[in-house]
Design a protein around this ligand. Structure first.
Ligand SMILES: Cc1cc2nc3c(=O)[nH]c(=O)nc-3n(C[C@H](O)[C@H](O)[C@H](O)COP(=O)(O)O)c2cc1C
Length: 167
């Protein structure tokens, strides 16, 4: 199998946030896709080892913030390369409450979601969620995964579904 083909698939860059017993937490994902329009549903792929996984399992809710080309790369650094297990990520990342969910301020919009189903794989859970509320908050270019790699020169850590081991 030519694994290079996986680098030809297109994604965006998002923050998935949720509650951990009253404390906001979350991580970066590229794996957000719309599944249906009516009712509006989306799916995300979340690694079993991510602390965010446990918190979504427990709360049954999450928000997706759409990051932009102008989003401070430190937001991706904090949310994508540390774990909420041992750090309060939202002490460093500004957020606001939308429909009772924490949403990253440095974004161009958000969706708040309720988990309605899930599918297990060996490493990741695919959460299917109904979108409860959504808004566009800024007229900014959303960040694509290609932009993240080519312009920001960002890497994808081990728990990302698109991770490729470096030789
Ligand atoms: C660009 C990028 C994309 C990522 N995509 C995903 C993803 O789709 N699913 C996933 O489970 N982890 C993904 N990750 C990895 C998590 O963000 C990372 O493991 C994070 O540290 C988990 O934090 P937590 O333990 O607080 O949940 C991605 C990270 C980056 C930087």
């Amino acid at each position: 199998m030519d694994n290079k083909i996986f680098t030809k698939l297109s994604y965006g860059v998002y923050a998935v946030s949720t509650w951990d017993n009253g404390r906001p937490t979350g991580c970066i994902v590229n794996s957000v896709m719309q599944i249906t329009s009516s009712p509006a549903t989306i799916a995300i792929s979340m690694n079993h080892n991510n602390y965010t996984h446990k918190c979504i399992e427990e709360s049954g809710k999450f928000a997706v913030s759409v990051l932009t080309e102008k989003t401070d790369p430190a937001v991706i650094g904090t949310l994508g390369f540390f774990s909420g297990r041992d750090t309060d990520k939202f002490e460093k990342v500004a957020y606001e409450l939308k429909s009772y969910m924490p949403v990253v301020s440095d974004s161009c919009g958000y969706l708040t979601c309720k988990v309605i189903n899930k599918m297990e794989t060996t490493t990741h859970t695919v959460f299917l969620a109904e979108v409860e509320e959504a808004a566009v908050s800024a007229d900014a270019e959303p960040m694509t995964y290609a932009y993240y790699h080519k312009v920001i020169k960002g890497k994808s850590p081990k728990n990302a579904p698109t991770y490729i081991a470096e030789n």
